[in-house]
Design a protein around this ligand. Sequence first.
Ligand SMILES: Nc1ncnc2c1ncn2[C@@H]1O[C@H](COP(=O)(O)OP(=O)(O)OP(=O)(O)O)[C@@H](O)[C@H]1O
Ligand SMILES: [Mg+2]
Length: 318
Amino acid sequence: MVELKNVSVTYSTGVDALNNVSLKINDGDFAFVVGSSGAGKSTMIKLLLKEIDATSGVVTVNGYNLNKLRKRKIPEFRRTLGFVFQDFRLIPSMTVYENIAFVLRVIDAPIKYIRKRVPYVISLVGLHSKTNSYPDELSGGEKQRVAIARALVNDPKLIIADEPTGNIDPELSYEIVELLKSINDQGTTILMVTHEHDLVRHFGGRIINITGGEIVFDEVMLGAGDDLISDQESIQYGYALEAASPDSEALQAASAIDSPAPQKPENSADALVDAILKDGEEQELLGAGETPDIPIDQMTPDEVIAAISGEKTSGGAE
Ligand SMILES: Nc1ncnc2c1ncn2[C@@H]1O[C@H](COP(=O)(O)OP(=O)(O)OP(=O)(O)O)[C@@H](O)[C@H]1O
Ligand SMILES: [Mg+2]
């Protein structure tokens, strides 16, 4: 469950990114969030992940009041979520299996469970034959399916996806949304930010349009299937509203500053989860290490960190 009550976010630069937003997403819902560049969509996502704090108002996610959540409780809270980003954020030196298994590894899941659960989610996203492939051996759509499997492996109540189809071919975008829909059918709440109005129009469902930091449209729409409604109608229904954004050039220029100050991870196990939350550039650095020799489900969290950060692992107990 996600609830925003009169939430505003003003960045230190003085930009009002969200302005008195109230919103409730119930368990089991599937909601699209649309809106033009600089509208405040990613700001909302960052709030929900507790990467940033609201300047005012109350943010509640999966029963956690994020205003009151202590720093040391953040990892516990984030384990109730799955997240998927436009740039996949897979660890290049890990296979598909390892990229997914480490999420369970860092929460000390039993090895037996890991060995059952990881192949299961890999088969759910249809990548059984790629289990031992590395990310750079996969297509964009396949990489995103791995990221979705990783988001799923911990059986989260809520999956938050910020432009998950942004870096993949339009035809494959439909597959990714189909996959998210089927996950939603199993009861997982999904919140998906997207620019692709065709997708939203095709699938329908709950559509939340953020423009200039405010919710200007929040309705459940029927999916049009194969393009049954015109662009003009879609604008009327609030899918697009691209044109409605005031001063959008200035907003776009300002949105170059897009990430909050990096936070120091509390401990090594959670550093991995932090790694996924960081942007692509830092991710590359983390992934620059060698492929681990020991299967990841037999490594300690420290060994996993060492392996992906390029340090040599000892290979034995210390
Ligand atoms: N870290 C930051 N510091 C200052 N201003 C920021 C920061 N991040 C975003 N902004 C500003 O806040 C506003 C909302 O940005 P946000 O990233 O939420 O937009 P968005 O809707 O996700 O856009 P896009 O579709 O381009 O991803 C913009 O004006 C942006 O310039
Ligand atoms: Mg964004």
